[in-house]
Each structure stands twice: as C-alpha cells, then as structure tokens.
Design a protein around this ligand. Sequence first.
Ligand SMILES: [Zn+2]
Length: 144
Amino acid sequence: MGDAPRSTPPKPLPQPEPLALPYWDSLKERAMRLQRCRGCERFVFYPRAVCPHCGGRDLAWQRVSGRGRLHSFCIPHRNPNPAFQPDLPYVVALVELDEGVRLLTNLVDVEPDPAKLMSLIDKAVEVVYDPVSNDVTLPRFRPA
Ligand SMILES: [Zn+2]
C-alpha cells in the first residue's frame, strides 16, 4: 500500500465564552450585534464586561450595519498551522466598522495583491457571513 492520502487538518475555531455568546449568535443569525455602552454611547469590541472608554458596566447588545472601511491589511504567505496551507496567500484585514470599532478579519473576493489592496484602503467594505461549523460563523468582509 502506498502512503495514505493527506487530508488537511481542521482549522482551530473560536471557543466563545459566555459573555461573548450574543456576538457569536448574531453572526449565526447573519445580523451582527455589538456591545454599546449606555453610559457613553460608544460601541465596544471585543465583547467585555466593562466599557473601555468610560468604565461603565451597562453594556447592551445592538444591531450594527456590517459596513465599514478597510483600515489595514497584510498577506500571509506562510502559516505554521497546516490547516491554513490551502488558503495561502490570503488577506488578513483590519476593518473599521461604521460604528467606530476595529475588527481583525479576512478580506475576501479580492486578489491577494498588495497594489490592488492598497487601492482599497479607506474604501467601503461589507460583512460576509461564513458558517465554518455548526456552531461558529465568522465575519469576513468584501469590497462594497
Ligand atoms: Zn462607556
């Protein structure tokens, strides 16, 4: 017998903690919700118990637009985790949502070409919901 066929191992997935479950649920529902502080009215990301702006503890979940702008990007050509090998190179993006928070994510539907991506800096992007398992949907973004 020859070598067994190589299969790609599964990617590591987020392990949602209880505080962040409304966020992960909102992604599954394709209707992103983020925390908003009732004290200073600013949005908060990542999910947490205390507002990083004013120290308030009254954070409520609110539906957000899923729209923003590309703030920054990088293009990994290597990843020590073999699960990501088939995707290389891909685009890691820092997206600033219209609600004023920044999210580390992937940019999709674009070539991993630095010149093309540079031309997208500060341009509009919109969320794409990517169900990667039964429990986890990831928010990725594409040019709007
Ligand atoms: Zn606050």
